[in-house]
Write a protein that binds this ligand. Structure first.
Ligand code: IFM
Length: 714
């Protein structure tokens, strides 16, 4: 099998520091005066980009501002034709071929007739409230601008600038408001309408002084029917009445609440703090809280992977949202719930029961994985991932269960989440094949390691299917409408081959893996590396080099579903064979190394994860940020270094097992769990637990009850 988008080989040099934190920046950030006083620059909250024409598209991804409905890349406001379309709307696609869908082009709200002669200058993205600020002087004059995507009014964006009149290329005698409209419909039924209102006014105090330009824009977006311009205007009206300053006040309130519900700070490591905060910012920004959230592999930050939704969302993104923004997590699960019918049809087409979710999903819920691609030599290759990567189905079920453990409880699983558990279990029950000895197998799949396609008994796929069957049976027991299915599912789960060898404590990745050429990654280069480019697909598929965590994904997702004591033997076996050729990989390994009590090794992988987008480490950031990797950094800190485990349904104790690497004095995290808001400060010798309701925790197994407002434990 060939990998779909080989990309360029990763550079040799190892950067251990995220590349977008400036060390010397003026202590004050100047805003256009309409938006209030200047603010202080805080290196733990501010991403900075100096002008660099070579990486403009990378910065555009990193500076994308999104609100779950639309995302606007960090293009300069006056850029009439940026290389990548600047605006993306959630879950809005058009047909790309007979089988596929791609994001529908969306009209842009920017492209102002100002300052074409000015350089882009230094820009700061202030994560505290999602304000993108630009302050640039050139031979032609000066421009100060700020813009934001209204977090409490999704679809609406604000741009304000103060600019020398000579740079303004429009009739300044007519201050407006100038109203604009655009509409675009998708042949798939959905569409978008845009309304803008633009005003400009000369300086009151200084003749010939800077002109203030304000533009407000609202997008009405629907995946089902094309909205009218009137609908967009109705959305825009309240914002026009409030004006930019009041909208910014609301923006601050909304983001301050979001950060108080979910934050990460690492005392002693500003780079790590900034990396995780930037991750949280972009993850939270990519999800709507109403209806359904279609969170693609690149969120709303760029066109990579054609805007398709992968298992990345269910395994890496939804768990973060479950802990920091439960309504967004619920909306992401709703996206899967609303696509059960096509998943059922797909299972039926293959002669199975239940529901099989697609490897790549867009608006319809049919599988939209392309059937061919182009490799690094320009040759057309067959893409088989859509047929073979079946594990997405059990990971959707896992994501629903995990959400229930954090928030939804049995109520969610017995109600709207029920088919996500039961229909997937039904699929696996009919997908298993028993041999004469009564051992059940799953043949002809690809696990997460895409270097080895079409294998039998992939340990991860089988372990997840077993987990899915057991949890499905548990739910059937609870709702009491069984008819013998629960017993069948339990029997299937017990019969499944899992490739475990009790003597070595190791899972063989799939039947026959151990007999492959015993190459290690050090034999061919330094990860991250595109091993398919180095070895060629044929030799690669005959070697033990793997693209990303595969067996270890089971330890990552279902630690209670793998053999006791099997984490270390599998880490020590598979990590030296892993290319980290997928951005999903470093965060998983960082999490597991920290959990295994090896925090310094974990930190190296964490830094690799941080460099993937902040340093464009693998050359893919221009096409959008890697959502799974952003999630992976949160997992590494929260589930890895802090060692936080939310209890299973029915249990009520939060477990912590902190392991801090050298140089990290304290890890501070905030999250929500069930009805509580919790803040932890983890040091090597003690943990401060703050909460707004009584909770019970264990720290390295020692139990403590904590009453609000909290106390030191340990
Ligand atoms: O889902 C991933 C896959 O695991 C590896 N290739 C890229 C996909 C999208 O991020």
């Amino acid at each position: 099998m060939t990998s779909r988008r080989p990309g360029r080989p990763a550079p040799e040099a190892v950067t251990t520091v995220p590349g977008r934190r400036a060390t010397s920046v003026e202590p004050t950030i100047h805003l256009p005066s309409t938006l209030g006083p200047s603010r202080s620059f805080d290196p733990a909250w501010c991403l900075v980009a100096d002008p660099d024409p070579d990486d403009a598209r990378i910065t555009e991804s990193l500076f994308c501002l999104a609100d779950g409905v639309v995302g606007t890349r960090g293009v300069r406001e006056e850029d009439p034709r940026p290389a990548v379309r600047p605006v993306t709307a959630s879950c809005l696609y058009e047909p790309a071929s007979v089988v596929s869908e791609r994001p529908m082009p969306v009209p842009t709200w920017l492209a102002l007739p100002i300052a074409p002669e000015l350089p882009v200058g230094r820009r700061v993205l202030d994560l505290r409230d999602g304000l993108l600020i630009r302050d640039v002087s050139g031979p032609g004059g000066r421009l100060r601008s700020a813009r934001f995507a209204c977090a409490d009014s999704p679809g609406t964006s604000v741009f304000v600038s103060e600019v020398d009149p000579v740079l303004v290329h429009m009739d300044l005698d007519d201050p407006g408001p100038h109203v604009g409209h655009a509409e675009q419909a998708s042949p798939l039924g959905g569409g978008v309408a845009l309304a803008t209102s633009t005003t400009w006014r000369p300086s009151d105090s200084q003749p010939g002084g800077p002109v203030t330009i304000e533009r407000l824009a609202s997008y009405a977006v629907s995946a089902r029917s094309a909205p009218t311009a009137a609908a967009a205007t109705r959305l825009l009206q309240p914002s026009v009445q409030l004006g930019p300053a009041a909208l910014l006040t609301r923006q601050r309130t909304t983001w301050s609440q979001r950060w108080s519900d979910g934050d990460v700070e690492i005392v002693g490591d500003i780079d790590a703090t900034l990396a995780v905060r930037a991750s949280l910012f972009h993850l939270i920004s990519s999800a709507t809280r109403r209806g359904e959230a279609a969170i693609s592999a690149r969120g709303l930050t760029g066109p990579g992977y054609a805007g398709h939704v992968f298992w990345d969302t269910d395994a890496f993104v939804v768990p973060v949202l479950s802990a920091v923004d439960p309504r967004a997590a619920r909306a992401a699960l709703e996206y899967r719930i609303r696509r059960l019918e096509p998943a059922r049809r797909r299972a039926a087409r293959h002669g199975h029961n239940g529901a099989r979710f697609p490897w790549e999903s867009a608006s319809t819920g049919e599988d939209v994985t392309p059937k061919s691609g182009v490799d690094h030599n320009g040759r057309t290759t067959v893409i088989t991932t859509g047929d073979l990567e079946e594990h997405v189905t059990s990971v959707v079920a896992w994501s629903a269960w995990n959400y229930a453990c954090w928030h939804g409880g049995w109520g969610f699983l017995e109600g709207p989440g029920r088919p996500l558990l039961l229909e997937t279990a039904r699929y696996w029950a009919s997908r298993l094949c028993c041999d004469r000895e009564g051992v059940a197998h799953i043949d002809g799949v690809s696990g997460p390691d895409e270097y080895h396609g079409d294998v039998d008994d992939n340990a991860f796929t089988n372990l997840m299917a077993r987990w899915n069957l057991r949890r499905g049976a548990e739910l059937l027991d609870r709702i009491g409408t069984d008819g013998g299915e629960a017993a069948d599912w339990r029997a299937g789960a017990e019969a499944l081959a899992d490739q475990y060898d009790a003597r070595s404590g190791r899972y063989e990745q799939f039947a026959g893996y151990d007999a492959l050429e015993p190459l290690k990654i050090a034999d061919i280069g330094t990860p991250p590396i595109n091993a398919d480019v180095v070895l060629g697909p044929v030799r690669l598929s005959r070697s033990q080099i793997i693209k990303q965590a595969d067996v270890l994904m089971a330890h990552f997702l279902i630690p209670d579903g793998v053999a006791d004591g099997s984490l270390l033997p599998n880490l020590d076996h598979y990590l030296p064979r892993t290319a980290h050729g997928s951005s999903l990989s470093p965060g998983v390994h960082a999490t597991l190394l920290a959990r295994a009590g090896r925090p310094d090794e974990a930190l190296a992988l964490f830094r690799l994860a941080a460099s993937i987008d902040l340093g464009d480490r693998t050359g893919g950031t221009a096409e959008g940020l890697h959502m799974a990797n952003l999630g992976g950094m949160w997992h590494a800190v929260v589930r890895g270094f802090v060692g936080l485990t939310a209890p299973n349904l029915g249990d009520r104790v939060l477990a912590l097992a902190p392991h801090l690497p050298d140089g990290w004095e304290e890890i501070r995290i905030r999250f929500r769990w069930r009805r509580a808001r919790i803040a932890l400060r983890c040091r090597r010798d003690a943990v401060h637990v703050a909460c707004d309701r009584p909770i019970t925790v264990t720290i390295h197994g020692v139990r403590a009850k904590v009453e609000p407002p909290g106390r030191w434990v340990g």
